[in-house]
Design a binder for this molecule. Structure first.
Ligand SMILES: C[C@@H](N)C(=O)N[C@H](C)C(=O)O
Ligand SMILES: [Zn+2]
Length: 226
């Protein structure tokens, strides 16, 4: 098998060696992989999510570990909602978006945006950085168990989720800025439309959109430490 993610060899596409399971790099980072469940804007588990796990390129996972070390010292933990996203999952989003009659999840995820505008307005991408393996959707929680108010929930498609929306002030803004300054200090870049979406740079695969499933079985090498 080629190991380049293009599917050489049997059993479907596999990840290149540079991909790792985040849990192997940092077991303390919380994971709530929404697209492996029905609790997301589509309302059903998304194609390609065979296990609720976070896969990332190794440099991105190690940089998240560095961010976690900083946040733990301040009484917070990172929590990831999505990491590597196969192209077939993105294609599922695109097919869902074409069915304008399906508005089941509107009230929770996009109450103020017309479904037909979700791609145009930058909330979902037809070619997503997530498929390149160095992008993740992430928030912070308190180690004490208290919630951290970011002004909107994850995947709330609305201008209020724009990271620096001027209506977000006080503690909510401080919380967004704590996440942003911690991650930007380690090489991550935020998407202005979504306070939760970050890409680690330089990207290990800046031009490749992978399609192997989200599953441990997709990995082709074990993580042996930095
Ligand atoms: C869908 C949302 N979680 C997200 O990641 N949006 C960006 C724009 C993407 O799809 O890459
Ligand atoms: Zn994202």
């Amino acid at each position: 098998r080629s190991g380049d993610g293009t599917g050489g060899g049997g059993g479907g596409p596999k990840a290149p060696k540079a991909f790792v399971a985040l849990r192997d790099v940092d077991p303390t980072i919380l994971q709530e992989i929404r697209y492996a469940t029905a609790h997301n804007f589509v309302g059903v588990p998304i194609d390609g999510y065979r296990q609720p796990i976070c896969l990332l390129t190794r440099p991105a996972a190690e940089a998240l570990h560095a961010a976690q070390s900083k946040l733990l010292r301040r009484g917070y933990s990172l929590k990831v909602y999505d990491c590597y996203r196969p192209q077939r999952a993105v294609d599922h989003f695109v097919a869902w978006a074409k069915d304008l009659d399906d508005q089941r999840m509107k009230s929770e995820f996009y109450p103020n945006v017309d479904k037909s505008r979700l791609f145009e307005d930058g909330y979902i991408a037809a070619k997503s950085g997530h498929s390149r393996g160095s992008t993740m959707d992430v928030t912070i929680v308190r180690l004490s168990g208290g919630s951290v108010d970011m002004g909107t929930p994850f995947d709330y498609f609305d201008t209020l989720s724009h990271t620096l929306d001027p209506r977000i002030q006080g503690v909510q803004r401080q919380n967004r800025l704590l996440l942003k300054s911690t991650l930007e200090g380690l090489g991550f870049v935020n998407l202005a439309e979504e306070w939760w979406h970050y890409t680690y740079t330089p990207e290990r695969f800046p031009d490749t959109y992978f399609d192997f499933p989200v599953s441990r079985r997709s990995l082709t090498s074990a993580y042996v430490g930095p």
